[in-house]
Each structure stands twice: as structure tokens, then as C-alpha cells.
Design a protein around this ligand. Structure first.
Ligand SMILES: [Zn+2]
Length: 93
């Protein structure tokens, strides 16, 4: 993977996370799950405040290896909750 593609990947998911943060709706569910609606279809993010597991999302981007599992929905959910902020560090490793 080239440096350029890594840069492109980060830009794309960060631009997407900005849109999700500003325009989508977030509905807390049980067990650390949050329903994210506003895109083509709703997705469900699971993020645990004790960081005992990496965050997950039901969208296709979460499965992609070049995103390291960090889709725009996960980033937006981590940004919204102060207790989850530290988990954003994984994006930079
Ligand atoms: Zn997602």
C-alpha cells in the first residue's frame, strides 16, 4: 500500500465522519450500541467505554482492511462521547 493511498483513505473516512457528525442522528441502545441513521440505511455501532473490545459497525466499510475497522460511523460515535475519545488514538497507530 502506498503512502498516497493511506492518505486518501484517511481523508475519505474523516470527511465522511464530519458529515455523519453534523447531519446524522444517533440513538443510544443497550450494551454500548448506538443506532446511526441519516445515510442510505441505518447502521449500528458498538463501542464499549472500558475499551475491552474494539468498536464495531454493521456497515460494509467496517469490514474493509484498509480502514483498520474505523468507518465514519464509528469515528462519529467516538467523537460524541467523552468516555470514548481515547479510542480515537487507534486511528493514528
Ligand atoms: Zn460504519
Amino acid at each position: 500500500m502506498s503512502t498516497l493511498s493511506v492518505y486518501h483513505r484517511d481523508n475519505r473516512i474523516l470527511r465522511g465522519a464530519r458529515t455523519v457528525s453534523q447531519q446524522y442522528q444517533f440513538t443510544p441502545l443497550t450494551d454500548g450500541r448506538v443506532r446511526v441513521t441519516g445515510g442510505t440505511q441505518p447502521y449500528e455501532v458498538t463501542a464499549l467505554t472500558d475499551w475491552s473490545a474494539a468498536p464495531t459497525c454493521t456497515c460494509p466499510d467496517h469490514q474493509r482492511t484498509d480502514t483498520k475497522g474505523y468507518c465514519k460511523h464509528i469515528i462519529a460515535v467516538l467523537l460524541r462521547e467523552p468516555a470514548l475519545h481515547c479510542q480515537l488514538l487507534e486511528l493514528f497507530l
